[in-house]
Design a protein around this ligand. Structure first.
Ligand code: GH3
Ligand code: MG
Ligand code: MG
Ligand code: MG
Length: 306
């Protein structure tokens, strides 16, 4: 079954191309001081349509990796002037996890401990030079597939599929590390149950997507997450509650004034918002913002409380 002229058809085609030609467009960085070996690996990888980048030594490779988060695989030599491959791998792992990048060590070293040294430093695999082509492609493909699967899993675990916003898990894993002075706002749609009851669950979903779109548009670059059913959290740099209050008040008013056209008529709704800032720990701020959100509810909804 091949669907025609739909995004699904396009995806299907891409999948088939990948299956036939082995991952076109996937970026591989080859690190080796020998131009001959780099050329040889480049030629092998291009045969399978990988996009190949090259670095003659470790520091160049580190710079390229910092600048380009789309590189999915590093193939690295060990003996190079300057930093060794093993040292470079341990430095790469300080800023690129196994979920983002696969690393395969490749060396002609006769040292039986070389495999372990590479893997302990953070490599995923190791090959001894000279190697068999088929084994080379098996390992390259395996490692690229593995990192792509990890990426897909991590995305599924951290992203809310309805709104595309980071979810609660992402928020806690990434935001609790925050060290700057900041504030949090907890946003909850008022009488959301009524929207579902009156317009249907699909229009309820639409309202959630619209709120997410508006949050993204009005708070670019800020940490935003869908925290629960119809509850969102924004974390922004703020020295005081006043800093955050004005922005949240503008947001509340813009949603209260908005009319959302739907297949079942015009939809309007309001938000209640609790704001807290000026405490050094996120958990305490979240608790306070939550209390203030309930204060906003009890005072009649459609308002921001600090
Ligand atoms: P309040 O003003 O006090 O916040 O009232 P409310 O109705 O907004 O809050 P309540 O917590 O009573 O109800 C929230 C509803 O949100 C209940 C649940 O069915 C609905 N909900 C949760 N997640 C989703 C979702 O993903 N899509 C839709 N359509 N509804 C959802
Ligand atoms: Mg070398
Ligand atoms: Mg609600
Ligand atoms: Mg709620």
């Amino acid at each position: 079954y091949v669907p025609k002229d739909t995004p699904a058809a396009f995806e299907y085609t891409i999948k088939m191309i990948r299956r036939i030609h082995h991952n076109p467009g996937i970026r591989v960085l080859v690190v080796d001081d020998s131009a001959t070996i780099r050329g040889y690996l480049r030629q092998l990888l291009r045969r399978h349509l990988y996009e190949v980048l090259e670095a003659p030594e470790a520091d160049t490779a580190l710079r390229m990796l910092r600048d380009d988060p789309t590189i999915r695989l590093v193939l690295s030599d060990h003996d190079m002037p300057g930093k060794s491959g093993v040292v470079m791998v341990s430095e790469i792992r300080r800023f690129r996890s196994h979920e983002e990048l696969a690393i395969i060590g490749i060396s002609a070293s006769q040292d039986p401990a070389m495999t372990a040294r590479f893997i302990k430093a953070g490599a995923d695999d190791y090959l001894n030079k000279p190697f068999n082509h088929e084994e080379f492609f098996c390992r390259v493909t395996r490692n690229v597939e593995f990192v792509e699967n990890l990426r897909a899993l991590s995305r599924a675990a951290h992203e809310d599929p309805l709104t595309g916003l980071p979810n609660r898990r992402y928020f806690f894993e990434n935001v609790l590390k925050q060290t700057q002075p900041f504030g949090v706002a907890m946003v909850d749609i008022d009488h959301f149950k009524h929207i579902n009851d009156r317009f249907g669950h699909d229009i309820g979903d639409l309202a959630l997507k619209r709120v997410a779109d508006l949050l993204r548009a009005q708070f670019p670059g800020k940490h935003i997450a869908r925290f629960g059913g119809e509850e969102f959290v924004i974390l922004a740099q703020a020295r005081s509650e006043q800093d955050m209050l004005a922005a949240m008040e503008t947001f509340r008013a813009s949603v209260a004034d908005a009319v959302f056209p739907t297949s079942r008529g015009e939809l309007r709704f309001t938000l209640s918002i609790g704001v807290a800032a000026g405490l050094p720990d996120v958990s305490a701020l979240l608790k306070l913002a939550d209390e203030r959100l309930y204060m906003a509810k009890s005072r009649g909804r459609n308002q921001v409380c600090t």
